[in-house]
Write a protein that binds this ligand. Structure first.
Ligand SMILES: [Zn+2]
Length: 376
């Protein structure tokens, strides 16, 4: 089936364009160009002047729609989270498991494998955040679950499931050899919940460490004599940095400083979403402890932030309003940049050959419609 999207503004590779028609055939983008007559049956989609953008890609999604991946790492949970985030423009995501026992990690990988095989829309793989973390930077992760990353764990993480695997680890809780082994197996390794020094991060980066998870949060900070993980992330040109742009996790001025330090195509917006996104929840339970939802902020009993009450559309709005970023850049931080980080070549852009994963936005960047593989 051929779809023709017209009468809107479309964010293509060279920016936002008007008077273009996007043709999608069998779920893939065929062309973005001048309106021409096409042969055969075609379904015309009127964008009514709105902005069509690549669907958002979120590399860090713990939950949504009232459910938490850790509570029940199953296909049903993944589908519920996907559904909740779709209404906010997310057409690709990594269900994210926070620190847990290795048998739960194995269960989560298996659930993702089945979800991908069954075609649950939007599932690109899995993000395993921990348990190979530094206790002193654990945030709300359960200290009793934390452990070193050894050979057996590396083998589990490299288990194929049909999608991409991202692992957040503290480099000081493993060796550059294991990072190299994971990276060679195609696992996307990111540093987070880490107290690593600048010097400790250099061999990790050389071994294939590809990014930094929720930059500034739960990591050694930039100091005058010790650059810390933040300094290493900002000084390293090619690695990617996740940003939780909710205005609570990182002060907007600090995010602006980071953006001045490093090329913008190496930043990606993440939601770090919890069950509250897409659900009217006042509280939920994490690791057996209550988390309160108040004013777009999630806190445990000690006032620590416990993930975010953030969706990708709001992250994009915040990036434009709080960080003064051009609209195109904010949108790429939610699509092309995370796709590049994950080394996925057929999502994240409106360009020939890409999967037709799309979101239609109004002037305030609220999501009106979404499509995955050309299906609304
Ligand atoms: Zn975290």
């Amino acid at each position: 089936m051929l779809l023709a999207f017209h009468n809107g503004r479309i964010l293509g590779e060279s920016g936002i364009e008007c008077d273009r028609t996007l043709l999608v055939r069998d779920g893939r983008i065929e062309s973005l160009g001048e309106a021409t007559k096409v042969a055969g049956p075609v379904q015309v989609i009127d964008l009514e002047g709105h902005l069509l953008v690549p669907g958002f890609i979120d590399t860090q999604v713990n939950g949504g729609g009232g459910v938490l991946f850790n509570d029940d790492p199953s296909v049903n949970t993944i589908a519920a989270i996907a559904r909740a985030h779709r209404q906010f423009g997310t057409t690709g995501f990594l269900p994210t498991l926070i620190s847990d026992d290795l048998d739960v990690v194995a269960q989560a990988i298996e659930a993702v494998r089945i979800a991908i095989r069954q075609g649950v829309p939007g599932v690109l793989g899995i993000h395993i955040e921990g348990p190979f973390l530094n206790e002193s930077r654990r945030g709300v992760h359960d200290a009793s679950k934390l452990r070193e990353l050894d050979g057996a764990a590396a083998q589990l993480l490299a288990r194929p499931h049909g999608g991409v695997t991202m692992v957040t680890l503290a480099p000081e809780r493993t060796t550059p050899q294991f990072i190299r082994q994971l990276s060679d197996a195609g696992v996307v390794v990111s540093a987070g919940h880490t107290n690593a020094t600048y010097a400790e991060l250099q061999p990790a980066l050389a071994a294939g460490l590809r990014g930094f998870t929720h930059l500034f949060n739960a990591m050694s900070q930039l100091g005058n004599r010790e650059p810390g993980t933040v300094g290493a992330a900002l000084a390293h040109e090619d690695s990617w940095c996740g940003l939780i742009a909710d205005g609570h996790h990182v002060h907007p001025e600090v995010m602006k400083v980071a953006l001045r330090a490093k090329r913008h195509d190496r930043f990606m917006l993440v939601s770090d979403a919890m069950p509250s996104v897409g659900a009217a929840l006042k509280s939920f339970v994490l690791n057996g402890r209550p988390i309160t939802v108040a004013n777009e902020k999630l806190v445990d009993e000690e006032g620590r932030l416990a993930g975010a009450d953030l969706d990708m559309a709001r992250a994009v709005r915040n990036a434009v309003r709080m960080l003064d970023l051009p609209v195109e850049e904010a949108l790429r931080m939610a699509s092309a940049n995370p796709a590049d980080f994950l080394a996925l070549r057929d999502v994240g852009r409106i360009a020939k050959g890409q999967r037709a994963n799309l979101a239609l936005l109004d002037d305030e960047f609220h999501v009106l419609r979404t499509w995955i593989d050309g299906r609304e």
